[in-house]
Design a protein around this ligand. Sequence first.
Ligand code: ATP
Length: 235
Amino acid sequence: MSLLAVRDLDAGYGEDLQILHGVDIDVADGEYVTIVGPNGAGKSTVMKSVFGLTTHMGGSVTFDDTDITGMPPEEVIYEGLGYVPQNDNIFPTLSVRENLEMGAYILDDVPQDALDAVFERFPILDERQSQKAGTMSGGQQQMLAMGRALMLDPDLLMLDEPSAGLAPDLVDDMFDRIDEINDDGTAILMVEQNAKEALQRCDRGYVLAQGQNRYMDEGDVLLADEEVRQQFLGG
Ligand SMILES: Nc1ncnc2c1ncn2[C@@H]1O[C@H](COP(=O)(O)OP(=O)(O)OP(=O)(O)O)[C@@H](O)[C@H]1O
């Protein structure tokens, strides 16, 4: 049984700019899945489509047995799905703590246990609770964006290029933290430019190109596949 099942999905932007052509993606409970592929392949569009941010043109998206096809983000969030977009994923003028509280805005009260869990996972956020988010480093802002998405304790966390813009020595640390979130039971769907590292870390990977599925297998198998390496991983 899939936690997330994307079936034959057609989606895009505006009235008729179709980007995805019959895409299929599955994520099982607790699984760690990555999507890799060339620029413009539609990787981000898959995530945006699951989160109700694109024009739905065909096919379906099911999450935890609920049909969420075309459901707007303000409703999807109630289903147990968290999403950290690549850009604009924090409120720069709000404090760290206010950003985390915003992550739980759909609840009447800020869940103290969730806040404590985020601070335990990312101690730097605890130390900097009152700092304006926009004044933190790129890596710290990325942790804050993840922390915010974790405030509702999602069953699936979608991460769009979490390593983008990070200094090389911080990239491994970011991937380690994603491993930890997954080890604690949250399923991960991640889009990454850093394809080799992402495929090494995940359970299963999809290669997307031109809005279509190209390859799907265990990460290690994709990494070892000569065709995949030549075409999509720079040899
Ligand atoms: N809001 C938008 N309006 C119109 N076209 C868009 C929009 N967002 C993305 N696109 C187009 O959709 C196509 C796929 O973009 P997408 O960002 O999903 O690709 P990607 O595989 O994530 O690539 P990248 O690694 O470059 O982010 C691109 O041609 C892009 O220009």
